[in-house]
Design a protein around this ligand. Sequence first.
Ligand code: ARG
Length: 467
Amino acid sequence: MADDTTDTKSSNQMWGGRFASGPDAIMEEINASIGFDKKLFAQDIRGSIAHATMLAHQGIISAEDKDKIVHGLNTILSEIERGNFEFSRQLEDIHMNVEARLATLIGPAAGRLHTARSRNDQVALDFRLWVKEELQKTEQMLTRLIAAFLDRAEEHAESVMPGFTHLQTAQPVTFGHHCMAYVEMFGRDRSRVRHAIEHLDESPIGAAALAGTGYPIDRHMTAKALGFREPTRNSIDTVSDRDFAIEFLSIAAIAGMHLSRLAEEIVIWSTPQFGFVRLSDAFSTGSSIMPQKKNPDAAELVRAKTGRINGSLVALLTIMKGLPLAYSKDMQEDKEQVFDAAESLELAIAAMTGMVRDMTVNTARMKAAAGSGYSTATDLADWLVREAGLPFRDAHHVTGRAVALAESKGCDLAELPLSDLQAIHPDITDKVYDVLTVEASVASRKSFGGTAPSEVRKQIAFWRARN
Ligand code: ARG
């Protein structure tokens, strides 16, 4: 809490010119971001090197000062990387920590680095660079996850399983087809990532505090040096904008939702009641009291991480929604949300890739379940349309009666004797038994994007070519 000694503290060495005293202890605590934005040290130093190089190129600072600055910044980079750097909370954030150390290392030349820039464009730059790298990492991780699914899909292009709607057995599908559904989902996530990289690929540095600068800077030069396509076009927007962070979080939330649905399926599939898959020991845990148990903790945690990511998205949207242009300090709260979501997303994708690669698929259990619950009833109805010329609605009704009869006899549709079927509709012949097996059912669904193994293989080839 505030105490009398506060007033005797010296004012901030970086911006304290008009302040007679230092901040209250609570002020320092609420204001400081160094605890988390030190993660941006490499981006901050890269940005400063590009900025100083441009300043010298434009004759705004001397080549000699630039050399000292660049050398000093590289020293600081290796100090931080080796863990030899003392971060100070009094210096608030990563930008001022680096600059203060630079002053200690090279003296007055350090004071020239901040010419023609502000922490507002500096933080926008650092954070953009960080998010861009994270998006690139996410793209690669999604590619590996997709590759894992493609392998499983190929292996199981013919393995029959029940397809569900309402989590009730609907129609037989192949496990390969089910895997390919996730390939589509993660493929969309990956294209969202690629678009987001394109959106954010503009350099903020040189927007300065909000209005640009009177110094003859070259923003195209810094943009190029930092690997951006071009500089941003409006200095006010540049320092106010956190869309790139929100886009990252939205993409993370959508990908998280996909991962969480998969996690939920794995949880269900690995129960003894389903027994469709068995997780590897590497991705499951035991119970401390029940020796028989094998728990899908990794899948459950992926499901939970998604909740965290959603929280971060809502937090940042809420932080930003009331802010007048341009920069407000509220925006400092953007980083922890993104850092936390990035960590959660990386872990979730990595864990899922491992689970998908390692899990044992019990094709016998899947096949048995695929045939239960009258899953080929639609095939019977379609047969009646095709072979007996019934309108689909009538065929649906006839089939319903056959299902009811099988249910009362406690048998499958394929186990009903022909005489029973003919009593329901005289045009039924013994040819009908050809479509009542699960294999015949999936093989017949050859429509584009359908579950027939031949179609699934086409989709696998399509994705292999673009993965
Ligand atoms: N630590 C600050 C942040 O993360 C840096 C920008 C500070 N700018 C300012 N005008 N106080 O947003």
